[in-house]
Write a protein that binds this ligand. Sequence first.
Ligand code: PSU
Ligand code: MN
Length: 302
Amino acid sequence: MKNYLDCSDEVKKALSEGRPIVALESTIISHGMPYPKNVETALLVEKTVRDCGAVPATVAIIGGRLKAGLSAEQIEYFGKKGTAITKTSRRDIPAIIARGQDGATTVAATMIISALAGIDVFCTGGVGGVHRGATETMDISADMEELAKTPVLVVCAGAKAILDLPLTMEYLETKGVNVIGYRTDELPAFYTRTSGLKVPCRMDSAKEIADAWTAQKALGIGGGLLVTNPIPEQYSMDPVYINNEIDLAIGEMKRLGIKGKDTTPFLLEKIQKLTAGASLEANIQLVLNNARLASEIAKNLK
Ligand code: PSU
Ligand code: MN
């Protein structure tokens, strides 16, 4: 593994001392938010994790090397280059390595690298899922398969309504992935605290979530665990307003014939434009909220 993976000194030290670590993804930096807010947010998320007593490990691929733990300069580089960096999911990793390229890692790719590094807890904003119209297009994010097979606990704010949320929940059930609602009975829908869908499992403490994770690993059940953390009330958006903007963005995507891996970044950018930045502010706040919960879960693992 040493031939491919570099952990930063801080991450190496934390791993050897058994200190809590929280992995963070890099597609959210390059493809999920505009510069310079993306860099400010990524650094603020790292600071939040540190303030909570855990060690952040932002994950990416640089010059064909898998990285767990980036410097502030490296985060700036990913933020500034933005979509010029290749969005890298599971399938893309080997080619990026072979060519010595840079890759911004999605949830799926970040889970793979976290597991290789020995990091159990990963914090993000939203996960990919089953897209609307998937019965025709078969557009199902590789994040779903990764949750089915790679042993990493992912903290998110639910999934955006750019996805078909009922189908996403069915898919996760089929794949044996539990979805925990943190202090909620409902699946949060990223910008909003509710979706009208029930989560299969509610837990009210980081300790209980950590205990469930420990049991899942000890039993060799395999796969990941999805913890959904609702956006704080004061930052949540009006569901009618945001869902209307999401519908407009999807309509535009269809008109332009956007497909495949470009779908999610297109919709994220379009929604930010349509809401004149209000969705971006919500996005930032929910990631910070997830960083706090992920740190607490990591601290409760032993
Ligand atoms: N959803 C968001 N913000 C994001 C993403 C998804 O609300 O930044 C990114 C994540 O990196 C996720 C990826 O893993 O998009 C999913 O892309 P796709 O649907 O192409 O698998
Ligand atoms: Mn897709």
